[in-house]
Design a protein around this ligand. Structure first.
Ligand code: FMN
Length: 359
C-alpha cells in the first residue's frame, strides 16, 4: 500500500491505493497496480456507463469516465473530464431528483435516482443513476462513483402500461354506465308497454353481459382475460352467500371475444337453476369447472362444465323452446362453440365449449 501523501483512491477498506488522479491527465487515468489494471479493463469492457468525480476539487468535476459513458452521452472524453455531471441535465429534468442527489452527496450517502438527462445532440434519455462515495484507506472521502444506465425503453413501456390501464379503467367505467342506462331504458319501456316481465328478463341478460365484461375491461391491457374472473362476476348475484356455487379452475386466460357468449350461457344456466334446479331449494349446489383442452375436432378449446346436484329431481328439459337457451346456443354458434345439456335426474350437467385462437 502506498503511503505517499497524495495517494488517493481505493474502495473503503480495500487496502488498495492509487496514484492521484487529476482532470488534466487526459483520457487514460492510469490507475496503478494490479487492481488498477483490473479496474480499467473492467470499466473499458462494461456496457454500463461509469464515471468518477473528485469532491476535493472545486465543483466536484468528473476525473474519469469509461467508453460506455461517452457512447451514452454522445460527448467525447475530453469534453467530459473536468465538468460537473450536471451538464447532462436540461429543461425537463425534475429538480426534485437533482435535490435528492445533492442531499445524498452532502450526506455522503449512496443514492439511486431515475433522472431525465440530455445527450450532446439534444436528445433526452432516462438515466438510472447510481452514485456513492469512495473512501481511501484512512477513511477520507476521495471520489464519488457514478454509474448510468439508459432505461428509456423501460420508462416508456411503464408509461404506456399506465396509460393503457387508465384507458381500460375509463372504458370500464363508461361501459358500466352504458349497461345501467340500457337497464333503465328496458325497465321503463317494459313498464310503459305493460311488459314488465319481459323487460325484467331482458334486463337480467343485459346485466349478466355487463358483468361478464367487467374483468375483461380491467384486464384489457393484457389482451386476454382470466376466465375464472369473468365466470365469478357473471354468477355472483345468483349466490349471494357464496356457498352454493363452487368454482374449480386456475388462472386460465382466453380471448375477450368469447366472453359474451359464455357470459350469457352461464346466466341462462344460473337462471334455470334458480327456477327449477339446484339453486331453487335450500341445499342444492352447482360446481363450475373450466379448463383448456382439445375438443372433438382437435381444436384448442375452452371448456366450462356446469354440474348441478341436490336440487329437486329433474324430469327432463324444463320449458323446452324457451328463449333463454336459444339465445345462448345462437351466440355460442357464432363463436363456433356449443352448449351441451344433459338433463340427468340428479341435476343438469352442461358443458360450454368454445374454440380459441381459431377465428
Ligand atoms: C459521481 C457522480 C455522477 C453523477 N452523474 C450524474 C448523471 O449522470 N446525471 C445527472 O443528471 N447528474 C449526475 N450527477 C449529479 C450532479 O453532478 C450534481 O451533483 C447534481 O446536479 C446536484 O448538484 P447541483 O444542485 O449542484 O447541480 C452525478 C454526481 C456524481 C457525484
Amino acid at each position: 500500500m502506498s503511503s505517499s501523501d497524495d495517494s488517493r483512491g481505493g474502495l473503503r477498506g480495500s487496502g488498495q491505493a492509487h496514484r492521484p488522479i487529476h482532470p488534466n491527465q487526459g483520457t487514460r487515468m492510469g490507475f496503478e497496480g494490479a487492481s488498477g489494471l483490473l479496474f480499467e479493463q473492467a470499466m473499458a469492457q462494461t456496457r454500463m456507463a461509469v464515471c468518477l468525480t473528485d469532491p476535493r476539487l472545486p465543483d466536484d468535476p468528473i476525473i474519469f469516465c469509461n467508453e460506455a459513458f461517452e457512447q451514452l452521452t454522445g460527448y467525447r472524453r475530453e469534453e467530459i473530464i473536468g465538468r460537473n455531471c450536471r451538464f447532462l441535465q436540461g429543461p425537463d429534468t425534475d429538480q426534485r431528483q437533482v435535490t435528492k442527489i445533492r442531499e445524498a452527496i452532502q450526506e455522503e450517502d449512496v443514492v439511486v435516482v431515475e433522472i431525465l438527462n440530455y445527450r450532446k445532440d439534444g436528445s433526452s434519455f432516462w438515466n438510472t443513476l447510481h452514485l456513492g462515495p469512495i473512501y481511501d484507506a484512512e477513511g477520507n472521502l476521495t471520489y464519488f462513483f457514478g454509474s448510468q444506465w439508459d432505461v428509456t425503453d423501460i420508462h416508456q413501456s411503464r408509461a404506456e402500461e399506465r396509460h393503457a390501464k387508465a384507458l381500460a379503467r375509463e372504458i370500464s367505467h363508461r361501459m358500466k354506465n352504458v349497461f345501467a342506462v340500457i337497464g333503465g331504458i328496458v325497465n321503463i319501456t317494459g313498464r310503459s308497454m305493460d311488459a314488465k316481465n319481459v323487460a325484467n328478463k331482458i334486463n337480467d341478460r343485459v346485466q349478466a353481459l355487463g358483468r361478464s365484461y367487467e374483468p375483461t375491461l380491467d384486464d384489457a391491457v393484457l389482451g386476454t382475460i382470466q376466465v375464472g374472473q369473468a365466470i365469478r362476476a357473471v354468477l355472483a348475484p345468483y349466490d349471494p352467500e357464496g356457498d352454493r356455487i363452487k368454482f374449480n379452475g386456475n388462472g386460465v386466460r382466453t380471448e375477450p371475444n368469447a366472453i359474451s357468449a359464455i357470459g350469457l350461457a352461464l346466466h341462462e344456466l344460473a337462471a334455470n337453476a334458480t327456477k327449477y334446479g339446484a339453486l331453487s331449494n335450500e341445499n342444492g349446489v352447482v360446481e363450475v369447472s373450466w379448463v383448456h383442452r382439445k375438443d372433438k375436432f382437435d381444436r384448442n378449446s375452452l371448456e366450462i362444465e356446469w354440474v348441478e346436484n341436490g336440487g329437486p329431481p329433474i324430469k327432463g328439459e324444463p320449458d323446452p323452446g324457451g328463449t333463454g337457451f336459444d339465445i345462448a346456443d345462437t351466440l355460442l354458434s357464432h363463436s363456433r362453440g356449443t352448449l351441451e345439456r344433459e338433463w340427468n335426474p340428479a341435476g343438469l350437467r352442461a358443458v360450454i365449449t368454445v374454440p380459441i385462437g381459431s377465428r
